[in-house]
Ligand binder design. Structure first.
Ligand code: GLA
Length: 400
């Protein structure tokens, strides 16, 4: 596995997003080196960090993610036959198959995310030909930062470009659906759609409020004024196909069924309090309270009420730790230590069971917060974490 950490004095590991022009040039060169011809198109799609609204997307709720500057780059060239070849710079391997072989649950591992997009776009009626692809990424894998959606969406926009399609909002919406099908049907991860939506619709300088009932996206300008969004990857790896994610989803569906509502978006807190199954009640409590916190977090960021952001992040983290039960000791430590060392707000982010925390840190405290977390991890005997600065960035682009 190739890594791209920059090391600060005193050995704090910071993952650098890199310069998009350099990374695009480097993926073109790697493609030409590997396949003997230059690519016809390069797609770029970002990872994301979610500021509020965890596991609410598949409950028809609200989420508030930010697209990162850290992105995946996919170089593509159409072939004259039915062959599909996909090479990953990270994995150092090539997957090879034919268009006819692509379909639900037919491809194991990382290649399924990329090949799944080819299948889903063809299912949607696009005449995607046999193709050579090479992907390279600056999004840490298994860190809860949507490396899989970044991979899917970078391939989707590169393929759209090969087909001569313009990246209009309508096409972006279509590609979101194709990427969700790649993940849920081809790979078999029962995820909810937040990651693909922000990877395609994120805007520089903003978070994206997504409503999974109306399917509206609203850009929320983030004027952080002297604060940094600091992400800490605990390097406890998480896989959304492991069962924990799916069982949370099943508990939410069972809660909605008991309450006689189509989704937990329509449940009230008072009704949830009456649920008799303790576990199902706690799961539903998290969802209903978390959806309200998304609305409150938008207001708190807009008004730069850092104390409110802090209280909301804290309540969200506790809810995920105690009611939804998706945190772990490493995440709890990263969050507690960030706040002790000067962050105004911190919570775990993403699907959980490992992955990353996100903190809002006054610029002058960023170094101290990273070092305090590293020291606490060393003391606890945890793996050394890595950090990154989440710079709110634009969604997927092509560089044809
Ligand atoms: C993963 C999934 C998303 C979402 C989050 C939790 O990232 O891909 O759909 O459910 O977990 O908020």
């Amino acid at each position: 596995m190739r890594e791209c950490y920059g090391w600060l004095d005193g050995d704090v590991a910071l993952v650098d997003a890199g310069d998009p022009a350099d990374l695009s040039a480097s993926v073109r060169a790697a493609f030409a080196d590997h396949y003997g011809e230059p690519p016809a198109s390069v797609g770029r799609a970002p990872g994301r960090v979610n500021l509020m609204g965890e596991h609410t997307d598949y409950n028809a709720g609200l989420v508030l993610p930010v697209a990162l500057a850290h992105a995946t780059y996919a170089a593509a060239r159409p072939r004259g036959d039915e062959l599909v070849r996909i090479t990953s710079a990270q994995q150092g391997e090539t997957w090879e198959g034919t268009l006819a072989e692509l379909g639900p649950r037919t491809i194991e591992g990382w290649a399924g995310y990329a090949a799944g997009v080819i299948w889903a776009m063809r299912e949607a009626g696009h005449r995607v030909p046999g193709v050579d692809l090479l992907v390279d990424s600056r999004v840490p894998v298994g860190a809860g930062l949507s490396s899989s959606a970044a991979l899917e969406c970078s391939v989707a926009v590169a393929l759209a470009d090969l087909l001569g399609l313009d990246l209009t909002d309508d096409l972006r919406r279509e590609l979101v659906e194709a990427c969700i099908r790649a993940e849920t049907e081809v790979v078999g991860a029962p995820t909810g759609g937040m990651d693909q939506t922000v990877a395609l619709f994120g805007e520089a300088g903003s978070a994206l409020l997504i409503d999974f009932t109306s399917h509206e996206t609203t850009s929320v300008s983030l004027d952080l004024r002297g604060h940094t969004l600091l992400v800490t990857d605990t390097r406890v790896s998480h896989a959304l196909t492991d069962g924990g994610y799916g069982s949370r989803r099943a508990d939410c569906e069972s809660a909605a069924k008991s309450l006689g509502v189509p989704t937990l978006r329509e449940a009230t807190r008072a009704a949830v309090d009456e649920l008799t199954d303790d576990r199902v009640r706690r799961r539903a409590t998290h969802i209903v309270s978390e959806i309200q916190r998304v609305t409150d977090t938008v207001t708190a960021f807009e008004q730069r009420e850092w104390d409110d952001v802090g209280r909301l992040f804290d309540a969200s983290h506790r809810s995920m730790r105690d009611d939804f039960e998706i945190s772990c000791p490493e995440l709890d430590t990263a969050v507690a230590v960030a706040v002790q060392a000067g962050a105004v707000a911190a919570r775990m982010t993403g699907g959980g069971f490992g992955g990353s925390s996100v903190a809002v840190v006054p610029d002058e405290r960023v170094d101290a917060v990273m070092r305090a977390i590293d020291a606490a991890f060393a003391l606890e005997g945890f793996r050394s974490p890595v950090h990154l600065r989440a710079v709110p960035s634009a969604g997927a682009t092509v560089d044809g």
